[in-house]
Structures are given as structure tokens and as C-alpha cells.
Design a protein around this ligand. Structure first.
Ligand code: B12
Length: 133
């Protein structure tokens, strides 16, 4: 390799982490109603590298008229997902929107933080599951 080519290659390697940090992370959002058993709705969106799920949901709502959500703020735990596409959780009938995640390797998990703290990883499926506690 000639010295200028070597220099370009070294520069590329140095800039690579910066490029990755600037990129958007693609993910799927699946809306499930476990109480009705209706067909799940699939959406695709993205979020900034290490960005929070709330950001991904906002991006999705801005780009897709078939997806809407609202949230409330808890003084300690931050945002809590209140409604999806007009359907809201309700304390009286003990319903809520549960947050589940299917990771790229197929593992299912129930995050121990809410939409304001969870940071989706590449190719994760975020499942918004309407259910009862
Ligand atoms: C009961 C409970 C629930 C119930 C609340 C039902 C109800 N209306 O009573 C249900 C099952 C709905 C629930 C759901 C979730 N919960 Co919860 N929950 C609790 C628990 C065990 C007790 C809360 C309580 O009653 N406190 C006593 C009352 C008097 O205080 P309060 O401030 O009024 O309580 C309210 C808040 O805690 C709120 N709440 C409950 N969970 C969550 C989660 C988030 C992110 C927010 C913003 C608010 C919130 O609901 C309570 C009643 O209004 C706590 C753990 C604990 N021991 O404190 C976890 C806890 C608060 N939950 C937690 C989590 C992660 C969740 C979920 C995100 C789980 C999931 N993967 O789906 C979801 C919320 C999803 C969403 N829609 O945004 C975490 C929050 C940690 C964090 N830093 O974000 C905790 C601390 C448990 C843990 N993992 O350590 N939860």
C-alpha cells in the first residue's frame, strides 16, 4: 500500500466509531392486544444511537398516521405509556400497556424500566402489549 493510501485507510478506521455513533438504529414496534387477541400491527422506525424508546415512538408517530400514543409523567419514574391508537390503560379495569422486547437473537424480555429509560438495540422488536395486571 502506498503511504497516501495507508493514511486514508488509517483515517477511515479512526472515523468509523464516529460514523456509527451518528447513525440511526432500526427497530420494529409491534402493537398487540392480548385481551382481544386481534391481529398484531407491525411498524418500523428508528432511533438515534443509544437514544430512548420514547424518541423512537415519537419518530414513528410523526412518520406514520396509523400510529399514535400518549403518555403521562410520574414524578420519579418518568414517562408511562398511557394509550396506543386511542386505547388507554385503566386502573379500574386493571388494564395497561406492558412493554416487552424481542431481541435480535429471539429472546423475549420484559424491561425493568419504562419508555423514557429503555434504549432499543439494533433490530429489536418492541412489543406494546395491552394486557391486565
Ligand atoms: C404495581 C406496579 C405496577 C403496576 C401499576 C398498577 C397500578 N395502577 O397500581 C403495573 C403492572 C401497571 C406496572 C407496569 C409497569 N411497571 Co411497574 N411497578 C409496580 C410496583 C410493583 C409498585 C408501584 C406502587 O404501587 N407503588 C405504590 C404507590 C402508592 O406509589 P405510586 O407512585 O402512586 O405508584 C405508581 C407508579 O409506581 C406507577 N408505575 C408503576 N410502574 C411504573 C413504571 C413506570 C416506567 C412509570 C413511569 C410509572 C409506573 O403506577 C403506580 C400506581 O399509579 C413498582 C415497584 C415498587 N415496589 O415500587 C413497579 C415499578 C415502578 N414498575 C416498573 C416498570 C419497569 C414497569 C413497566 C415499564 C414494566 C413493563 N416492562 O411493562 C410497566 C409500565 C409500562 C408503561 N405503561 O409505561 C419499575 C420502574 C423502574 C424505572 N426506573 O422505570 C418498578 C420500580 C419495578 C422495577 N422493575 O424495579 N407496574
Amino acid at each position: 500500500m502506498t503511504p497516501p493510501a495507508l493514511l486514508s485507510a488509517a483515517l477511515l478506521l479512526l472515523l468509523l466509531p464516529l460514523t456509527l455513533a451518528d447513525s440511526l438504529v432500526p427497530l420494529d414496534v409491534v402493537v398487540v392486544n392480548s385481551l382481544l387477541g386481534s391481529a398484531p400491527e407491525f411498524h418500523t422506525t428508528n432511533v438515534a444511537y443509544r437514544g430512548i424508546l420514547l424518541g423512537a415512538l415519537r419518530r414513528l408517530m410523526e412518520s406514520n398516521k396509523n400510529f399514535k400514543f400518549t403518555f403521562t409523567e410520574h414524578p420519579d419514574y418518568g414517562p408511562s405509556l398511557q394509550s396506543v391508537n386511542g386505547l388507554a390503560g385503566n386502573s379500574d379495569d386493571r388494564t395497561y400497556w406492558e412493554l416487552l422486547v424481542k431481541t435480535a437473537d429471539g429472546t423475549m424480555k420484559r424491561p425493568d424500566v419504562g419508555i423514557g429509560c429503555y434504549t432499543p438495540k439494533e433490530k429489536e422488536q418492541i412489543i406494546l402489549n395491552f394486557t391486565r395486571w
